[in-house]
Design a protein around this ligand. Structure first.
Ligand code: GLN
Length: 306
């Protein structure tokens, strides 16, 4: 049974694995984050909230933002167009920022690798990067049920200044006819969405909405159409932890989306939403302690999908 004590046990177990991880080094502003932060929050469909550790420390959501932008792009362009013309829905087995498959395939493999997410970002409607970002922020705030969620300006500037690999991906996509419009505008929006700051508590709420088929259990309001929530959860399972997705499915068995800020969003359908924060990353860019906490919970609760 899920209890706060169980979360504390998971936290203690996860802490053991933090030592060997490190914060994202390729984003200068993330190098300074205290790598020993670790926290987990679970919100159940019937309104219970359980927390252990650093659940109220803000961190940049990074690739967790790719779920939100994907949902906006689906709304704007439709699933058929997006998954037919712009991105695929297959795992790559490559690192999240890999460029290698772009030349051999007509479009990025999935919307969660950087190439796919940058493409998806270009499909969101708005007259400029600012308007797109306003829409992104409004939707993120609703999903997290927190109106205070905002941009971490330092991380945004740091990513924009050093994001040459993402710039390379974007210009390549433009040259291939996949990315349309102004490349720098698209990247500006992409760097901003990655640099939005939230807590494990906020991410648990976002996950709760996905776990409840897109409906806010408190208000009964539909924030995400059911079939889109289902598609996003499926992509989380197959591609959400990048080239660690297969192993994560074996050892944990939850749909999950990680970010290099150390966050992980986990929607357990019909049960709960989980938000994790642990900025010490493993070599694949996933939270080292976070994965271990989830592994502990999965085993103790016997909640693996498999
Ligand atoms: N902003 C990061 C990047 O583009 C997001 C990557 C991640 O969280 N895995 O490199």
């Amino acid at each position: 049974m899920l209890t706060e004590e169980l979360l504390h046990e998971a936290l203690e177990y996860g802490k053991v694995f933090v030592q060997n991880g490190q914060t994202a080094q390729y984003i200068p502003e993330l190098r300074h984050v205290n790598k020993y932060y670790l926290g987990i929050c679970a919100m159940t469909l019937d309104g219970q909230i359980y927390e252990a550790g650093d659940t109220h420390i803000p961190f940049t959501i990074q690739s967790i933002s790719k779920m939100v932008s994907l949902l906006l792009a689906i709304q704007d362009c439709g699933m058929e167009f997006l998954f037919h013309d712009k991105v695929g829905s297959e795992p790559t087995g490559d690192p999240f920022n890999s460029i290698v498959k772009l030349e051999t395939k007509s479009r990025p493999f999935n919307p969660f690798i950087n190439a796919g997410a940058i493409t998806v970002a270009s499909c969101i409607q708005g007259k400029d990067a600012d308007e797109k970002f306003e829409r992104f922020l409004t939707f993120t705030r609703r999903l997290c049920d927190n109106q205070d969620i905002s941009l971490n300006q330092e991380v945004y500037e740091s990513e924009k200044l050093t994001g040459d690999r993402n710039r390379a991906l974007a210009y390549y996509l433009k040259a291939s006819g996949i990315l349309e419009g102004n490349v720098e505008e698209c990247l500006d929006f992409y760097f901003k969405m990655c640099s939005v700051s939230a807590t494990a508590y906020d991410i648990a709420h976002m996950s709760l909405i996905l776990a409840n088929h897109g409906i806010d259990p408190k208000s009964g309001e539909e924030l995400i159409p059911q079939k889109y929530a289902k598609a996003v959860r499926a992509l989380m399972l197959t591609c959400g932890m990048y080239d660690g997705s297969g192993e994560f499915a074996m050892t944990v068995g939850f749909p999950a989306k990680s970010g290099v800020g150390g966050g992980i969003a986990v929607p357990l359908v019909g049960r709960m939403g989980i938000g994790v924060f642990g900025p010490a990353l493993d070599e694949k860019g996933n939270s080292a302690g976070g994965i271990k906490m989830l592994e502990y919970l999965s085993k103790k609760l016997n909640y693996s999908l498999f």
